[in-house]
Design a protein around this ligand. Sequence first.
Ligand code: ATP
Length: 353
Amino acid sequence: MSFLSLTNIKKSFGPVQVVHDFDMGIEKGEFVSFLGPSGCGKTTILRMIAGFETPSGGSIIIDGKDQGTLKPNQRNIGMVFQAYALFPNMNVHDNVAFGLKVAGASKTDIDTRVKEMLGLIKLEHLADRFPYQLSGGQQQRVALARALAVKPQVLLLDEPLSALDAKIRISLREEIRQIQQQLGITTVFVTHDQEEALSISDRIVVMNAGRADQIGTPFDIYNTPATRFVASFVGTLNIIEAKVIDPAAGSVAIGGQPVSLKEPIASLKGGDSISLALRPEAGSIADGSRGDTALPGEVVSTSFLGSVIRTRLRVGSDVISFDMFNNPGIVPPVAGDNVTLRFAAKDLLVIQE
Ligand code: ATP
């Protein structure tokens, strides 16, 4: 059995079921992110693990112990919320000490542990400050130290970075990951930001309307999305509508041009429609050697995104985006240019619903 086992979890609010039969085993020391759009049920799952919500069915077991009858304060869980939620009338030291005091630890033990925690988040020098004297990023680091001070079995992070500005968000997520690995603490992280989830997780659960569409490593989720929803939510993806020519040979027509897929499409017949996905970074118009497939198209628009120039190209009735890496010598195409889009047919993913 996994360290944290979620078995057949359901949750309804009144007549509305918001989590459907969720199953997952999370291993000790793993960092798992729940990723999905607003309202997909990710926070509800986190709150059920914490004990703030009661599942309508199923079980939650941590290290062999069923959590079903335990109140939140009886569970050995640390939690960090989106809003900083520090005690405003306590300084940093006392905020971090709070859980230890409640647990009845001695003053010496508390002081030692608080020092250790403030060292971990590199804020020893701010122990006497009050929350209002700290930046948002510092407040979240204190919230993390407070959650970790009591040595929880599981750390739950509910969009802890979403109130911070972009630069701090990136540095703090790296810090969280580094601390999590240093302590080896089993962590569940909720986010709607795909880049955040891809960058720090061991595994990602992509949630769609109360169900897990896919559970996998960041690499798997990005490169082999299981559903159209995962494909479009994780990364920017072109969905190309094609017609099957010969299913046994895996040949299809895109914008009237024949293209060979990497494998046969057993479930379809000639003339059927099929959805294919192509990531923008898989295409090129500059590199003649890039890939085995070439489609003529007309440039619709280009946008400069910094490290890449995203170009939208009309191919038949589809508009396909692809990225050109920026470099000083680059000459981006302009709207109206006729170009050839090249890519490897193996990069076309057949999208199942
Ligand atoms: P967000 O990123 O916006 O927090 P989420 O994926 O975390 O979204 P949840 O907060 O888990 O979504 O909510 C899932 C669904 O359950 C939503 O439709 C929400 O309106 C509903 N819901 C959540 N809490 C309650 C509640 N206490 N009573 C009724 N409905 C609720």
